[in-house]
Design a binder for this molecule. Structure first.
Ligand SMILES: N[C@@H](CCC(=O)N[C@@H](CS)C(=O)NCC(=O)O)C(=O)O
Length: 326
């Protein structure tokens, strides 16, 4: 048996929503279907099959609060369709990469950051779930972390760098990152991301909640799965205390709430940091928070801060995953 501690300390695996968020609203599903059958913007992308993934980030429950009836209902439904379909920013068809493969851990915040970018830009991608113990799926690469994104045969590494390179590639103008946008992206990589582990492994029950998800959704053999859940939770509970010290965190929840409020304040009353549309900083914050949103830590964060409305707008904007299901 491998040393569970080394197994677990592999950058640990932050879980995606434990409590499955609501399924896509009929409107969002219809909008997605509309795009699939060619009702949306023309695309030269290869045909793809999509499906709703339980536990995947929710498409905003647009139109799900009331059941529209009659003319008002039809009007409200079509308005909702427009909102849902227009939220994403797909690149012009000729700039969409032909073949994109993401090597990832489902619960890794850096991988979620890349996925948020791909989903928002509606770039189709395949996923290879890497086994964190053997890493046999990335044996071909010298780089031993995830995410790795292979774009038309070219290997890209490091989430922020991947996003920069892809942004440049799909951009119709000169790709320039604003100062403010760059500053907040750094804040995500240098501050926000370090608050995650201390929060999701804060107590033994939270650590178990997190590892239950990791064990179920990671690429593990049946025997690894059981050990990962219990040994992983125990090890990460301890490791998270060390991480607290390392990053000078005294109260992890307070630090998470403070970060959420700092971000909300940075929006300065706008829908997104990018204004009426998310920019790369919005996508980065959303991406790293997505794996914890429906865990206890994420639920507490939304209940105790003002970040919830922005988060909901991001769920709406990022919408359905553009992941290709085999
Ligand atoms: N700076 C990198 C960090 C990537 C990273 O640390 N990924 C973790 C997973 S969340 C990893 O692969 N750790 C090494 C391991 O699992 O052995 C990025 O932004 O992509």
């Amino acid at each position: 048996m491998r040393n569970p501690r080394s197994l677990i300390s592999r950058a640990l695996l932050l879980p995606r929503p434990l409590l499955p968020p609501p399924p896509p609203s009929p409107a969002a599903a219809a909008a997605a279907a509309d795009r699939r059958i060619g009702g949306g913007p023309a695309s030269s992308s290869p045909p793809r099959t999509r499906r709703w993934i339980p536990g995947a980030p929710a498409v905003a429950p647009l139109g799900s609060r009331t059941v529209p009836v009659g003319l008002a209902g039809a009007l409200s439904l079509s308005l909702t369709l427009v909102t849902a379909a227009e939220a994403k920013e797909p690149p012009p068809p000729e700039l969409v990469p032909k073949d994109v493969v993401l090597y990832q851990y489902e619960a890794c915040p850096f991988c979620n950051k890349v996925r948020a970018f791909l989903d928002y830009h509606d770039i189709p991608y395949r996923v290879v779930e890497v086994n964190p113990l053997s890493k046999k799926e990335i044996k071909w690469s010298d780089y031993k972390k995830v995410p790795i994104l292979v774009v038309d045969g070219e290997q890209l590494i490091d989430s922020s760098d991947i996003i920069n390179k892809l942004s440049k590639r799909i951009s119709t103008d000169d790709f320039v990152i604003g100062e403010e946008e760059a500053k907040w992206r750094r804040w995500v990589d240098e501050h926000l991301v370090h608050l995650l582990s201390p929060n999701i492994y804060r107590t033994t029950s939270e650590a178990l909640e997190s590892f239950d998800y990791i064990a179920k959704h990671g690429n593990f053999s049946a025997t690894e799965r059981f050990t990962v859940k219990y040994a992983g939770a125990a090890a990460m509970y301890m490791v998270s205390k060390k991480l607290k010290k390392k990053y000078n965190i005294t109260d992890e929840r307070a630090a998470l709430y403070e970060a959420a409020e700092t971000w909300t304040k940075a929006l300065d009353g706008k829908d997104f940091l990018g204004g009426s549309k998310p920019n790369l900083a919005d996508l980065a914050v959303f991406g790293v928070l997505r794996p914890i949103r429906y865990l206890q830590a994420g639920r507490d964060m939304v209940d105790n801060t003002h970040i919830g409305e922005w988060y909901q707008r991001m769920e709406n904007a990022v919408g359905e995953p553009s992941r290709i299901m085999a």
